[in-house]
Design a protein. Structure first.
Ligand code: AHR
Length: 505
């Protein structure tokens, strides 16, 4: 049986794992917003002001820290003033990116902010650079966050909201290298500076401006942005134009043209997917290294505001709606990403899974009034104790826990750990599809008591949840833990994710 040892120094604290690494993304795409979050006030599905309550309840259990909206590619076609005021009078548009369907703008600024309040999460607004104007974006910030009396404040109050909202996260464009305008990095960096200038901090609301960044391993894009980041003439104290830089990376098992089925895949596809998932480590390292050259103090955050798996849409569904099932494979992609995110906690400030409901690697799938929690949902739930915890470095000796996949050596055990409020949380994944893995947790510099473990696995890597079998992949207690002189020993079944929580002594 392949075996691995994870050495964890309980008394050597690493950087804080930003809770925003567990962020989410909801775009006007397919059935994410309409049907997923929003059913309208007249729907028979229980709702509050049109927002479906079963989805809210399920997501509250994840403690989601932020929600990015309205896109994605849609954000660069979205004109926020079309989404305020009486719903029946709102102008309509065509969602040209996603299915060419008509958008009625019934879910707009007020509805999104109400959703964030119900979820107890922070809004992350993605502003339109591709087809909008500086004035339009500047006025949206004013509408949302300014107090007192001003044209946009009067408009907000006329629409029923007296108090300003608090909004911290503000995206300046999305994928400006592609659907957000097909720009060159140099031009995009100049626009980011221009837009950032007019996205004002009103009163004590301080924005965290996120410039549209690279696709995958395009480190030159990040370099171009970092070269342009300082605003020496802004105020008495020089500051950066933007506080974060984004990057997007999706996990596939092959080329874009042949993504394959979400459920109908074989073991080879599975291993190729795991290699692709692990690539995020190299990508984050590459961008962080470039950023370190310009920002040694690590004041600028790296923001992976789109990540996740991308498969062919489910047969019979609109190809523009990106609706896919979600299996144990997706769950292990997520758990591996989180281990890598935790390792990059010093620079990586935010990450947003694409997308929360009914699109790509979703937490929740709905069908009419039915709701299913996906295997990925359970990874977010099992890992939530890492949010805002102090990371603990995990030194893994994986010995024979490897698989040859093409010309890549895939490490099949993945792990990360953190400590918060006197509790240590260790996450462990066995990515091997066929073999169990014997793992020793060699804990140094402290002791632990009362370990409690949970496991997420199933008989097949293709296992997934449906309305008729909603708990085919669900967490269960895992008691096959042995306390040893070194720490703990456990055997991870093939294709499994395990969390161990214990008190520090
Ligand atoms: O998440 C789906 C799409 O993927 C987003 O709209 C876009 O930003 C990315 O290409």
């Amino acid at each position: 049986m392949p075996d691995a040892t994870a050495v964890i120094n309980l008394d050597i604290e690493g950087p804080t794992i930003s809770r925003h690494l567990y962020g989410h993304f909801a775009e006007h795409l397919g059935r994410c917003v309409y049907g997923g979050f929003w059913v309208g006030e007249d729907s028979p599905i229980p709702n509050e002001g049109g927002i479906r309550l079963d989805v809210v309840q399920a997501l509250r259990a994840l403690d989601i820290p932020n929600l990015r909206w309205p896109g994605g590619c849609f954000a660069d076609e979205y004109h926020w003033k079309d989404g305020i005021g009486p719903r029946e009078q709102r102008p309509r548009m065509v969602n040209t990116h996603w299915g060419n369907v008509e958008e009625n703008n019934h879910f707009g600024t007020h509805e999104f902010m109400a959703l964030c309040e119900l979820l107890g999460t922070e809004p992350y607004i993605s502003g339109n650079v591709g087809s909008g104007t500086v004035q339009e974006m500047s006025e949206w910030v004013e509408y949302l966050t300014r107090d007192g009396d001003s044209p946009m404040v009067r408009l907000r109050k006329a629409n029923g909201r007296e108090e300003p909202w608090r909004v911290k996260f503000w995206g300046i464009g999305n994928e400006t290298w592609g659907c957000g305008g097909n720009m060159r990095a140099e031009y995009s960096a100049d626009l980011a500076r221009q837009y950032a200038t007019y996205c004002r901090d009103h009163g004590d609301n301080t924005l965290y401006r996120i410039a549209s960044g690279a696709s995958g391993a395009d480190y030159q894009w990040t370099r171009t942005l970092m070269e342009q980041i300082n605003c020496f003439g802004c105020e008495a104290t020089p500051r950066t134009f933007f506080q974060g830089i984004s990057v997007h990376h999706y996990t596939l098992s092959g080329p874009w043209e042949a993504k394959g089925s979400a459920t109908g895949f074989d073991t080879e596809d599975y291993y190729r997917t795991m290699v692709s998932a692990r690539k995020i480590d190299e990508i984050l390292t590459g961008h962080s290294t470039v950023m370190d050259l310009y920002d040694r103090g690590r004041t600028v955050g790296l923001v992976l505001d789109e990540w996740g798996t991308w498969w062919d849409v489910e047969p019979g569904t609109n190809p523009g709606f990106l609706f896919q099932q979600n299996t144990l494979r997706d769950a292990l992609v997520a758990s591996t990403h989180f281990d890598i995110f935790h390792k990059h906690a010093a620079r990586l400030y935010m990450a947003n899974i694409a997308q929360t409901v009914n699109v790509l690697q979703a937490m929740i799938l709905t069908d009419g009034d039915a709701l299913v929690l996906t295997p990925t949902y359970h990874v977010f739930e099992m890992n939530k104790g890492h949010q805002d915890a102090t990371s603990l470095a995990v030194h893994l000796r994986t010995r024979d826990a490897h698989r040859r996949v093409g010309d890549t050596e895939l490490e099949t055990v993945s792990a990360s750990a953190s400590v918060k409020d006197g509790k240590v949380l260790v996450s462990l994944s066995n990515l091997d599809a066929e073999e169990p893995a014997e793992v020793t947790l060699d804990l140094r510099g402290g002791g632990i008591a009362e370990p409690v473990a949970r496991i997420l696995t199933a008989d097949r890597i293709q296992a997934h949840n449906t309305p008729d079998a909603s708990a085919a992949v669900a967490p269960r207690p895992f008691d096959a833990l042995k306390t040893t002189d070194q720490g703990l020993a456990l055997t991870l079944p093939p294709h499994s994710f395990v969390t161990v929580q214990a008190s520090l002594t």
